[in-house]
Design a protein around this ligand. Structure first.
Ligand code: FMN
Length: 205
């Protein structure tokens, strides 16, 4: 698939078939993460690949399983009808979109600064870099015909996952990633259309 085709085809997929992904394919997809730009040249991320359902269950134990569209009504930050519809699709699937997958991928970022209390924007460079790697992986998965989704750990979810995965202190999970073959009836959320003429500025704002 050509680069722009993968960019245009990439979507958040939250419904998968039961198809497994061969290990060498997963490796190739994750290898794309390590071609991403990195602030300090180290690319010292790790990716934990979880395919064992019992390990997945333990890792995801902290994620709510019974959220409904009613929970979306309580989210006061939602400001747009298309955004609301997207949350109504996504919120009830937060657990199953990670569990009912060919694999759960857990990126790990080495904490080199207090990213929750940055003194300078550059203190967030390690966080920005790992997200570049995640986007690369997502595009590579799309190019291979697979789909991904992601969830940012909330509350105790990261601590629960750390206990299940046994990685040392000093790492942060920027997100959980679900990957698999998109179900034929996978529900994709509506996109908010962006008027590029309104967003791209030539010479001056
Ligand atoms: C930083 C970030 C955090 C996100 N958090 C979540 C999340 O917690 N749960 C979820 O289902 N999707 C999450 N998403 C995916 C977005 O909902 C999705 O990208 C957006 O609705 C646009 O849809 P698309 O990915 O299909 O283009 C997140 C995306 C980003 C970039």
């Amino acid at each position: 698939m050509e680069c722009h085709d993968a960019i245009n085809a990439r979507r958040s997929v939250r419904d998968f078939t039961e198809e497994r992904i061969p290990e060498d394919t997963l490796k190739r997809i994750i290898a794309a993460a390590y071609k991403a730009p990195a602030n300090d040249h180290f690319r010292d991320w790790h990716y934990i690949v979880v395919t064992d359902p019992e390990v997945k269950r333990q890792v995801l134990e902290g994620i709510p399983k019974n959220l409904t569209v009613k929970d979306v009504d309580r989210m006061t930050f939602i400001s747009d009808p298309v955004q609301k519809e997207s949350y109504q699709v996504a919120v009830p699937k937060q657990y199953r979109m990670l569990y009912d997958t060919a694999a759960l991928l857990v990126p790990l970022m080495k904490k080199k600064s207090d990213i929750l209390h940055p003194a300078n924007l550059s203190d967030l460079n390690c966080y920005a870099s790992v997200w570049c790697s995640i986007e690369n992986l997502w595009l590579a998965a799309t190019a291979e015909g697979y789909g991904c989704n992601l969830r940012i750990p909330w509350g105790e979810e990261e601590a629960v996952a750390q206990k299940a995965l046994g990685f040392p202190d000093g790492y942060l999970i920027p997100c959980f990633i679900g990957i698999g073959r998109p179900a034929p009836d996978a529900v994709l959320t509506k996109q908010i259309n962006v008027d590029l003429d309104d967003r791209i500025h030539w010479q001056k704002f």
